[in-house]
Design a protein. Structure first.
Length: 372
């Protein structure tokens, strides 16, 4: 008995696939979709890394513009031209960033010897507590000075290569500053430009995704900066009251670590406690630990819910994975940029799912109010 081919005489090559159970067909379709998504994402990440001389200043400019964007409309409403308002905002940005970097570097440079000595003392004390198990730690600490001298000579011999890195940093900084100026000056035209290229519903969707991603980055930058200032201020005051050496430098570490969630706070707090242990003993270390934990509890239970924008509310597990993945891809810079980029991606996904953002909710409320 022969099997007749389908109508038209051509064999149906889909028949083996169609003979599979529906659950297996759905699993196969999802598997293909996931593989394609991973492949495209990998290509995009590879391209961004290869073009990091342009992509990193672009992302940094977006973060800076998201932080300062409300300043430009405020100046425009007071009669300042938009170009002049953007230029003045960039001047304020340069002055603020330069002042913060100078303060942090000055604090760290003056406090680094004290912090290094205190950390070495803490290591010796912990090695003594460990008894026989601490002999290897003790030996490593005894050789730390020689390794430090070797490191200094290595850094000295690499000054010429460091000049090339400095040139790249300056070039990237100038490019980022120029992009900030254009984002601040012409950012209000972005929606119309997108709609001119993508008319209809597609353009509206892209504009909504862009607005939601921008709001997410703005919420992260503003909230994190304010929280970092509060955390660093309280911890510095507490360390000064305890008489811990290098308190300004430790406060600077806390401020910088706040931009790397969980990991930065843990590392900066650990350094502060170890310095307190070496200089003042176990009692001072416990007090310093209490100060750090109290500030972190206040941050987690009060500051973040009140200050941090709802647009960057991510699950802690998501934040941890993003930080680890970002550091694995691009080191410290990747860890710094991982959370705002992840928040922007989450905002885009919420728009595609039909969840209205703050701007959409305001527009809906205004539309409902106008119909009444």
């Amino acid at each position: 008995m022969s099997v007749e081919p389908p109508s038209g005489g051509a064999p149906d090559h889909r028949r083996p696939y169609l003979m599979l159970p529906p659950a297996m067909r759905r699993a196969a379709a999802w598997s293909v979709a996931v593989i394609l998504l991973i492949a495209v994402a990998s290509l995009v990440v590879f391209a961004l890394i290869e073009l990091r001389a342009a992509t990193v200043p672009f992302v940094l400019a977006l973060l800076g513009a998201s932080l300062l964007y409300p300043v430009v409309p405020w100046l425009v409403r007071r009669g300042v031209g938009r170009s002049l308002a953007a230029a003045l905002t960039c001047v304020v940005l340069v002055a603020a960033v330069g002042g913060v970097i100078a303060l942090l570097v000055n604090s760290l440079v003056h406090s680094a010897p004290q912090i290094a000595t205190s950390l070495q003392r803490a290591g010796h004390r912990i090695a003594d507590w460990l008894g026989p198990f601490g002999e290897k730690i003790q030996h490593a600490l005894d050789n730390a000075k020689g390794e430090t001298n070797s490191l200094v000579s290595t850094l000295t011999s690499g000054v010429l290569s460091g000049l090339g890195l400095l040139t790249q940093l300056l070039t990237g900084g100038v490019l980022a500053l120029a992009l900030v100026f254009f984002f601040l000056r012409d950012g209000h035209r972005t929606g119309d430009s997108i709609r001119s290229y993508l008319p209809g519903r597609g353009g509206d969707t892209v504009v909504a995704c862009a607005e939601r991603a921008f709001d997410a980055m703005a919420g992260f930058m503003r909230g994190t900066t304010l929280i970092a200032l509060i955390d660093a201020g309280f911890i510095t005051v507490g360390l000064v009251a305890l008489g811990v050496p290098g308190a300004p430098g430790l406060g600077a570490l806390v401020f910088m670590g706040a931009y790397i969630p969980f990991v930065g706070a843990f590392l900066s707090g650990t350094v502060a406690v170890l310095v307190a242990l070496a200089d003042g003993g176990l009692g001072t270390a416990l007090w310093a630990l209490g100060v750090v934990l109290t500030v972190q509890m206040i941050e987690g239970n009060i500051l973040q819910p009140v200050i941090q924008s709802r647009t960057v509310e991510l699950h802690p597990a998501t934040i941890m994975v993003a930080v680890v993945a970002g550091s694995g891809v691009a080191g410290i810079l990747g860890a710094l940029l991982a959370v705002p980029l992840c928040a922007a991606g989450a905002g885009i996904v919420s728009v595609l799912r039909g969840v209205p953002g703050p701007r959409g909710a305001r527009r809906a409320a205004e539309g409902a109010g106008g119909q009444e």
